[in-house]
Design a protein around this ligand. Structure first.
Ligand SMILES: *Cc1c(COP(=O)(O)O)cnc(C)c1O
Length: 356
């Protein structure tokens, strides 16, 4: 039976007629590269993250690199980041010539552990990259108390709050990704957001090789097109509906998973979750995560490890027990606004079968 049903993908962009119309209008305008739509998208995204303004760029990775450059981070400096994240933050730190210093995560929330980050501090520490993973804000209160400039990595979390503050509004700078399967999608794209006018103008000067009349070696072409930005504006206008649908799916998963002995994502008091990912945990050793992933695939359900590989595994480092445990146990289920109630039932039925 299940072989005949279409596969439920792990991720899927939520785009349709509105985005098609927005992109068509840009094509009709004759202004395709960075122009008025980029400006409108920057203003709308800044509103969402409680920031003064934004600098739209080609990707979240480019936004991370720009944030570090605009903060003056370079050779001889160290930047603290968690091991349990994709490779983009590590690559951005390395590209600006600084040294990444890895820290561990909190086991329950998957967020950068303030205690582990404190242990990674040195006299050369210049910044902290704080990813808000899976839709849950990190412990910004404890992390900002470490005293270093914080770059909030909001690639997976927008619209959530921590102690009454909207995520993205707290650190010195914030970066977003609008990759195809993120909360807001422009195909590819990213943004640096901040309140500091000087930091924003440094970033603008570095995103475009001809932005200022100077030969600046750190400048480059990192620009976003108006085609992408028009999609982004349309996505932001529907963001509240997207989050409401994600919350409803998460509630359905939580109700269905508890009888299977699977715990829902932890949401500490003072924080809210926007469920970019729905990540549960396999607490028993059998079946293993690989067995569960393969079993679900056979049932036509694509589930994933939420992080492909922790950074310390690439670097053959040890001493990151919470990241190791997350990599062995964390299971990410399909969740996106277009997922139907029927598909949610198929996912939970497949899980019940695979866990036996
Ligand atoms: C996706 C992502 C990035 C990189 O964004 P791109 O737009 O793919 O370059 C950085 N950090 C986190 C936490 C991400 O999820």
């Amino acid at each position: 039976m299940s072989e005949t049903l279409p596969v439920i993908p792990h991720s899927r962009p939520t785009v349709g007629d509105e985005e098609a119309r927005a992109v068509a209008a840009v094509i009709g305008s004759g202004q395709l590269a960075q122009g008025p739509a980029v400006q409108a998208f920057e203003a709308a995204a800044a509103g969402l993250a409680g920031r003064r303004d934004g600098v739209a760029v080609a990707s979240g990775t480019a936004a991370l690199e720009l944030a570090l450059l605009a903060l003056g981070v370079g050779p001889g400096d160290e930047v603290i980041l968690p091991s349990y994240v994709c490779t983009a933050p590590w690559l951005a730190v390395t590209r600006v010539g600084a040294t990444p210093r890895l820290a561990d995560i909190e086991p329950a929330t998957y967020s950068l552990d303030p205690g582990s980050a404190r242990k990674a501090l040195s006299s050369r520490s210049r910044a902290l990259i704080v990813p808000h993973l899976f839709g849950l804000p990190a412990d910004l209160t404890a992390l900002t108390a470490l005293g270093l400039p914080v770059i909030e990595d909001c690639a997976q979390t927008l619209g959530a709050s921590e102690n009454g503050r909207v995520v993205g509004s707290v650190g010195r700078a914030t970066v977003c990704s609008f990759y195809a399967t993120k909360l807001l999608c422009t195909g590819e794209g990213g943004m640096l957001l901040a309140n500091d006018a000087a930091l924003l103008s440094r970033a603008r000067a570095l995103r475009d090789y001809d932005a200022v009349p100077a030969l600046e070696p750190a400048a480059y072409n990192r620009k976003m097109t108006d085609l992408q930005a028009a999609m982004g504006v349309s996505q932001i206008s529907r963001f509240k509906d997207f989050l409401a649908r994600r919350a409803a799916i998460a509630a359905a998963y939580t109700a269905a998973l508890q009888p299977l002995g699977l715990s829902p994502p932890v949401v500490p008091s003072g924080r809210s979750h926007v469920y970019y990912r729905y990540v549960t945990r396999l607490a028993r050793p059998r079946p293993s995560l690989d067995e569960v992933l393969a079993g679900l695939e056979k049932e036509g359900v694509q589930a994933r490890r939420p992080v492909f590989r922790p950074l310390h595994h690439y670097l053959a480092l040890s001493g990151f027990p919470a990241s190791d445990e997350a990599q062995a146990q964390a299971l990410s289920l399909p969740i996106y606004p277009g997922l139907t109630d029927e598909q949610v039932r198929r996912v939970t039925a497949a899980l019940a079968k695979v866990l036996g």
